[in-house]
Structure formats: C-alpha cells, structure tokens
Design a protein around this ligand. Sequence first.
Ligand code: FE2
Ligand code: FE2
Length: 468
Amino acid sequence: MCYTDDMSETLLRDLPLEKGAPVSNLVKLQNFELKNNKSGGKQFLIFEARDKSATVPCKKWDSSPQELERFSKLSVAFLTGKVDLYKDTVSIVADTIAAPEEEVVESFLKEHEVLNEAAASPLPMPTKIEHLKDIPHEKDVPVEVVVRISNLEYKTTKKDGTGCKPYLMFSLSDKETDFRWCKKWDSSQDEFEALKKVKVVSVRGKSDIHNNTLGIVAEVITPVSPEDEARLLKELVPSSNYDILTMKKGIWNLIQKMENPWIKKLCEAFLKDPVIKEKFHLVPGARGMHHAFSGGLMEHVYRLMLLANDFVDSYNNHSWPGNKVIVDKDAVLAMVFFHDLYKVQEYTESGEYAVEGNKLGHISRCIMEIGSKTAQIDGFPADIKELIVHGVSSHHGQLEWGSPDTPACPEALICHYLDNLSSKLDPTIAALNKVMENRWTEKPVKTLNKPAFLGNCRIKDRTPGETQ
Ligand SMILES: [Fe+2]
Ligand SMILES: [Fe+2]
C-alpha cells in the first residue's frame, strides 16, 4: 500500500458516516488490545485511531499476538478499512495497517501534536432517519429505513457505449408515507426475483428528487427475516383511526334497527359469513384513492351507513308538498353495506391486489353472494333481491367506471352519490388535517387530481387564523 497526499489531508471527523464507506487515513494508533471471539477460535484487535479532529474506535478481525506486537510499535500508521455504525457508535473495521516513511510520521506528529479536546470525543452518529416522512426534500441525504416494498419492476437502461444495464424501480412505504419513485441501479434478475418474494426490506441509500418528487436511490436492499416480516408488516401498514369494535358495533346497531325483516336477515347473513368476519376490518377501502389503509373498507362502509341513515331520514322529513314517494332507508343501508364488501377478496391486508380478485371483482362477487345468501333464506322476495343487486351493480355510477348498470331508482342514486362523495370528501378532509400555513394541501389529493384548500373550514382546537 502506498501513501498518497490525500491521506495526510483526510481527517477522521470528515469520514462519511455511512456503514461500509471506505476509510483511508493517516492516524495515530493507541490502546491496543487483543481479544478472543465468543467461540474462542479466532482473535481480533481493538484499538483507537486518532488525529487532531477525532478519536475513532477500531477493530481488526483475524488478528494475532504477532500483529499486536507489530502494530503496538507504530505510533502513526496508514489505516484502510470501512466505516461501521453499530450500537450508536461510529467505528472503523480495519483492513490494513501499514507503517509510513519516517518523515511522514514526523510531519503528522507535528501537525497533529496538539490533540485538542474535541479529538478525544467519539464521532457523533448520523441522525437516524427512521420514517420516510422525516426525509427532507433534498438530494443525497443518507437514508437507512425499514419499509414495505411494492410495485417492483425490472428494467434496463437504454443501450449506450457500455450496453444495457439492469436496474429496479419500486415503491417504498411505511405507516404514513408512500414513495412511489425509488430506484436501484446495478441490479440483476436474481435480485429482482428474490425481492419479488418479500414485502418488508431494509433499504440503505440516498434521497433523490425527480420531477419535484422525493424518492430514494437504494444502494443496498436487504429483506428482513421471515420471522420479523409479519410483525413489521403490521407496524408499516397505515390503519384506520377508528376503533374496530366501535365500527363493528355501529354497523350491527344500524342493521338491528332495520324494519324490513328480509333486508335485516340478509345483512345478518353477510355479517356471519366467515370470509367477511375474517377480513372486513383489515383490508383497505381502495388502493391509493380513498381509505387506503388497513381497516379502510370497514371505515368507508361504516361512515357511509351513518351518512345514509341521516340523509334518508332528512330527505324523507323535508319532502315537498304533493310528494308521495318515501325512500326506503333499509334498502339504502343494505346497498351501502354491501357495495364494496367483496373488496375483502380484491385486496390483501397490506393493500396489494389479492389473487382471488382477478377472477371476480367486488361487484360481480357481491351479486353472486347476494344470490346464494337469499337462496338460503326461505321465501326471500325476488323484488327485494333485485333491488339490492341493482344498488350494488350500479354503485360506480357509470359504465366506464366499472358499473354493469347505472342507478335507476332513488335508493341506488343515493348509494352511488354518497359513495362518490365519501370517496372524495373523506380523503380531502384527511389531507386538510395536515395543511400547512398557506391553507393548501402539500400534494394533490388523488381523488381530486389537484391540491385542496381549506375553504372556510375551521380547524378544531386552533385559535382563529392559526392553521397549523
Ligand atoms: Fe366499488
Ligand atoms: Fe365505495
């Protein structure tokens, strides 16, 4: 190994605080100790590297009493190795320790003779960014996060002088934030295949900005152990703010108040269905657009049932002179209860598309289930069955939005418009809960396709004029 001028100029305090970053410094060595590893088979050295800027603990694996004797005699040495960040300490894992020329030793000692107080303290650990929301809107911020990985794609760069290079594109997310734009250069088909099988990974890399969107360029992606994955997945999936039991009781109470015994029985049959029981409270209401969190489906349905209950009462109570039509509240409640229920088979708990959903979407599946459940209720009236099926099959409102039918009766119209309103208003209000001082949401609200502003809404528990 040869000495370069760069080495004399590199100070320990300027080491890149990234695990695995290369070290190549001229340092003073001190406090050597030879230790045995736990099994007693191998020996390693611990010592300190020091210059006028900092003191850094070091380790050298596979050492020996001979190395201890040789290195202990060196007051100054060229040290190469890698930065390690372990248990809140910045350290160096040494690869080589070599003696410099006599004049290099002399000039180093002269320059670093006065080892000031700062030099005696260890290097501070880099600020650990644990959540995606804490990554500043800047390029090149070192990042090491445990996150969910999804939308993984294997791509190749356009052919240039060095040919096509494979890289990965993917989304990373945690409980609060979703980074849709992430990359890893220098990948391989093998890495792609391995990462396709996992949902939670540790990612080390740097922040990057593309089209004003913050993302991560990963250097290393390591899957977490299978034992940790299930636990971490629960921690990393955003979930409803509602208490699940409160929502379940609320839905149950609204069904118990129904006056139409057939509709009531049908709703109870759905509540008792093992598939619904297992997943209704876990899956999201949609993928990304609205209620896109664990428990989001139950929250969406529960809120719609509350709204439908109040709306139909209000509509019937404020009828106009001469009107003889009374809207059937039980039918509307059943329609909103059923409309998205079979998203339990379209989505997984973590918001991915489930395999079953490819065969039958939530509308087709629900129509089929209404058919089989009404067949098990002796004497179930065909007109009520068709009315509920009509509400479910037309709830998207337009054929191009995936509805086999469009609403053609008051109950189905109410179901469609309340569903549409809730899917836009709830995510807008949720985003406005986080508004900054300018009273606008930071990012576009997906269902509006543009940012939203507070209007004349007030924020509870804030003094007038204060929006934070
Ligand atoms: Fe739907
Ligand atoms: Fe819906």
